[in-house]
Design a protein around this ligand. Structure first.
Ligand SMILES: C[S@@+](CC[C@H](N)C(=O)[O-])C[C@H]1O[C@@H](n2cnc3c(N)ncnc32)[C@H](O)[C@@H]1O
Length: 219
């Protein structure tokens, strides 16, 4: 069931076949690329007994891994019903389904009802959402200790690649679009919420960034 235009777009773009392929890849090879870097950085910072808020968790790789590493509980809010159902099935297979709450919807629309968590995760989600400031500000405000993100950096060739991808999507008459939000603007939103950058790594078009809370939560 679709709750808003963004969820309709996400449901058609992140569908069942894509979810099944991503899950099969995860089951074969574990977390890949920048998701592996993010998981390793969060584990190194400590996740024992942490609560997790995995926004747009996809098939749930990050929360599956962090729960296995000692996190206590997770909430996964995703705009795609296919991804959410796949993440739930994988939780059952891994034996931690009772530690995860799965919520369908647009996180920005639901944010007022979402409790803060020790660690908030946005793995390749910022690039799916047009209203970056709204998404990042509410996510950062819910991070009690740490925020981990993977999102595209704004080099000219990344912006060009995304423009070409959006042209392809428009030609296919798909309303889903990708966004290369300026790194400085994303960083400013997060700092404004009282978080300080602790780690930044780039891999190809992506950057993996970890922030820690040093001030009071933002609005
Ligand atoms: C590119 S996938 C990334 C999935 C996963 N985090 C990963 O890195 O493998 C983007 C995910 O974010 C979800 N998403 C995008 N915008 C969202 C929003 N505003 N609220 C909740 N989920 C969102 C999509 O449905 C999709 O599952």
């Amino acid at each position: 069931m679709s709750c808003c235009p963004h969820c309709r777009d996400a449901n058609s773009f992140f569908g069942q076949r894509d979810a099944a392929q991503r899950l099969a890849r995860y089951q074969r090879r574990g977390p890949e690329g920048t998701t592996r870097l993010l998981v390793e950085a969060l584990c190194a910072a400590g996740v024992t007994d942490a609560t997790l808020l995995d926004i747009g968790g996809g098939v749930g790789v990050v929360h599956h891994e962090l729960l296995r590493a000692g996190a206590a509980r997770a909430v996964d809010i995703d705009a795609s019903t296919a991804y959410l159902a796949t993440a739930r099935t994988e939780s059952q297979r891994q034996g931690h389904a009772d530690q995860v709450t799965y919520v369908h919807g647009d996180f920005v629309a639901l944010a007022a009802t979402v409790a803060p968590a020790t660690v908030v995760i946005l793995d390749r989600v910022v690039c799916c959402y047009p209203a970056m400031a709204a998404l990042v500000a509410v996510a950062a405000a819910r991070a009690e200790r740490r925020l981990g993100l993977v999102y595209p950096h704004d080099a000219w060739w990344v912006r060009l690649g995304m423009r070409l991808l959006n042209t392809g999507l428009a030609l296919q008459r798909t309303s889903f679009r990708v966004f290369c939000h300026p790194t400085a603007a994303v960083d400013a939103q997060i700092r404004q919420a009282g978080l300080t950058q602790r780690l930044r790594r780039t891999r190809g078009m992506w950057q993996v960034v970890i922030y820690e809370r040093t001030g009071a939560p933002g609005p």
